[in-house]
Write a new protein. Sequence first.
Length: 360
Amino acid sequence: MGFEIDKVVTAETDTERCSDLHGVPVEDMEALLHDRIVSEYRGEAWKDMRHQWGANDAKRDGDKTLSDDVEIYADLDYKTPGFKREGFGHVKEYASVQSGNISGNKSDYASNSRFDIYKPVKPGAYPTLVNIHGGGFFYGDKEIYKFYCADMARRGFNVVNFNYRLSPENKYPANIEDVCACMNYLKENADELDLDMDKVFLTGDSAGAYLSVLYCVLAGDKKLRDKVSFATSAVMPRAVALNCGVYDQREDPGSMLFWTLFNSDGSLAAEKADSVIFLDTLTYMDGTFPPAYVMVSVNDDLKSKTDSLISKFKEKNVRFTYREYGVEHPENGHVFHIDVTNPEAVECNDAEAEFFKRFI
């Protein structure tokens, strides 16, 4: 089998770490990874990471303000049926509503089905851009992306920014199930929301980039959708932007995968068929995948994780644009593009907006 085992010595115990899960059947992974997974859960590292990442994001956005040329329709709920336009009020000044406790001991993200819509104030017929936030499957929410989404709306899009359930409190397939639920809700309520869901685009970074790929693979293959246990969506975006993602979950597996796919006792949390599709998403990709703008930073430790995606795009004749940033700016690393005042972020976001508009 195509995996290697190396020893990782911790203060508590010796655990075996899989550096590559390629070729390992799903049913063998529980035994192979059991001790490592249990150790990861015992350490509860996601709590400290949420603290640290939250502080970093707050520092990045602390001096930013929202533009007056964008309206925000805040805290709608894509799991509440029967949307009514009379409840669709807008606010010019954003009232931040904490959709999850990123700071503390427990994070159940009770408001995980909330979403916002950012619209240009200037009347017009705008395409729809749906943003899937990053955060390693265990961190993040729509609030962290409000400046990025408002900035993309200024480029001529109605931008949907939504929450989804996070690990380890919520196991896969909760994350992709919520992505599908949101897309279905937007399609079903497009008229009331005044969204053009025939001209819809998708963007995601880091874990959100992977979920974007998984979503498009499922949306393009009805037979595959029929195999999984969760509700899916057939709403296919015209094009996608994939930013700083990891696309092969078997490659160098670690904490974020363990917290997402496994229970604290080391057992798989999802149905076998669901787990296989999560681990082997790229093997299911076909020519239905939409055109993609793929962005990496040369200063990002995850840059090489895009190689498998590019190889698959070439194999399946998927149209794509690949762009590396940060060559002359070592400070621009992982998901630098969401810092909307960063000049290279402006360049990147302009390029992605223009890429989308080629497919309107």
